[in-house]
Design a protein around this ligand. Structure first.
Ligand SMILES: NC(=O)c1ccc[n+]([C@@H]2O[C@H](COP(=O)([O-])OP(=O)(O)OC[C@H]3O[C@@H](n4cnc5c(N)ncnc54)[C@H](O)[C@@H]3O)[C@@H](O)[C@H]2O)c1
Ligand SMILES: [Zn+2]
Length: 359
């Protein structure tokens, strides 16, 4: 992964410098209405006025995952045409994962690919979606079904932009930071468990190094395995059970944010790691009590196990039909991918998970 990543609250300045260097024929910003209202129009645009981006055009779409689809991409392409974007134009995606995924995909296909810059405005976007080169949209009821691997020219990560994030979005993104810390080291895990992401002013002295560390974990893994043939699966930690929880909740008509599902899924992964790979119990207990305090309890009973197991077997990252494969940890910083577990072993893990949450 060679993409340049900036960690700064001076987003406007970096955008100007990049604009000078890339010298695009035209430049356009793609954002969503929330981000436009909270950040682009009041904070970023005034900084850019008078600079080289003065005649930039902004396309703002409705927020939400339901707009991450091919119809919306067609609207973006129409906008590109109308605005006279050429092969040497530049798209700046400013928003959460929906905007960087979709904008990255739209840019990657337009005239066989134009350059794009990601400016993530959610924690999840900053440490996950905006970096690593996966772009795409949902299609035919499947998440991220259509897409390409293509890296942004640059990613500009800032911390103050998170101040306007609703609590739920803060916690959701923070779960991916917990995941990265667990994949990294005991020190990173200790550090992350001290953070209160709800009551936080995102002071740059604390947050920019924290974000850099978290992104660094993803970067190192993606660099070793950009197209997910092996090691990149380590990033799936917490996601096998997490995706099952997410799908289960969605089907039951009570959707939960992705990061909440990941937080609970990390606890399941830690339980299974403890039983099958010797992850120390103290780590499991600390994680479980942190997750319970911040994210609350995900209510499941043993009657729900068959359905949850069904979802795990059908996870697109789980290519063998017979056994479910997990990423587990033998210790903090020591992931093991493709750990096959039987339905019975997973069920025992879910029993322990329920015990830990008192359900
Ligand atoms: N490409 C990847 O590797 C990758 C990795 C993880 C997730 N994703 C994708 O990312 C998406 C989820 O990302 P997300 O959680 O950022 O969702 P999102 O883009 O929908 O943002 C969440 C909500 O926060 C609002 N928002 C964004 N920034 C804000 C700000 N600064 N202040 C106030 N409100 C703000 C948005 O308008 C939206 O309502 C999913 O589509 C997922 O598939 C991609
Ligand atoms: Zn995730």
């Amino acid at each position: 992964m060679s993409q340049k990543i900036f960690f700064t609250n001076n987003v406007g300045k970096i955008l100007e410098q990049l604009h000078d260097k890339l010298a695009p024929s035209k430049t356009m910003i793609l954002t969503d209405n929330n981000v436009d209202e909270q950040y682009v129009t009041p904070i970023l645009s005034p900084v850019l006025v008078g600079g080289p981006l003065e005649d930039i055009d902004i396309m703002s779409i409705k927020p939400g995952e339901e707009h991450k689809n091919i119809d919306e991409v067609k609207n973006v392409w129409k906008f590109f045409e109308e605005y006279g974007m050429t092969r040497s134009s530049l798209l700046i995606n400013i928003g959460g994962g929906v905007i960087t995924d979709m904008g990255g995909f739209a840019a990657s296909c337009f005239k066989r690919g134009i350059r794009f810059i990601n400016v993530p405005t959610t924690i999840l976007g900053a440490v996950d979606a905006a970096v690593g080169g996966k772009t795409g949209v949902d299609f035919n009821g499947f998440k991220n079904e259509i897409g390409v691997f293509n890296e942004a020219e640059a990613v500009i990560i800032s911390s103050w932009v998170f101040e306007s994030l609703p609590h739920q979005e803060r916690l959701s993104g923070f779960a991916e930071m917990m995941k990265h810390a667990m994949l990294s080291s005991a020190e990173d895990f200790d550090e992350i468990l001290k953070i209160n992401v709800i009551d936080n002013d995102f002071y740059e002295g604390v947050w920019l190094p924290l974000l850099e560390k978290s992104v660094g974990v993803k970067r190192r893994i993606v660099k070793a395995d950009p197209t997910e043939k092996g090691l990149r699966k380590a990033l799936n930690l917490g996601h096998t059970a997490g995706h099952a929880f997410e799908s289960f909740a969605l089907k039951g008509g009570n959707p939960i944010p992705h990061g909440y599902a990941v937080a609970w899924g990390l606890v399941v992964a830690a339980v299974l790691s403890n039983v099958h790979r010797g992850l120390p119990s103290s780590i499991l207990y600390r994680l479980a009590s942190f997750v319970k305090e911040k994210y609350g309890v995900f209510h499941i009973t043993c009657d729900d196990y068959p359905e949850l197991l069904e979802f795990m077997h059908h996870d697109k990252k789980n290519l063998t039909a017979d056994a479910v494969r997990f990423t587990l940890l033998s210790d903090l910083g020591s992931p093991e991918i493709d750990c096959s577990l039987s339905d019975e072993e997973i069920s025992v893990g879910l029993d322990v998970f329920r015990d830990l949450f008192g359900i």
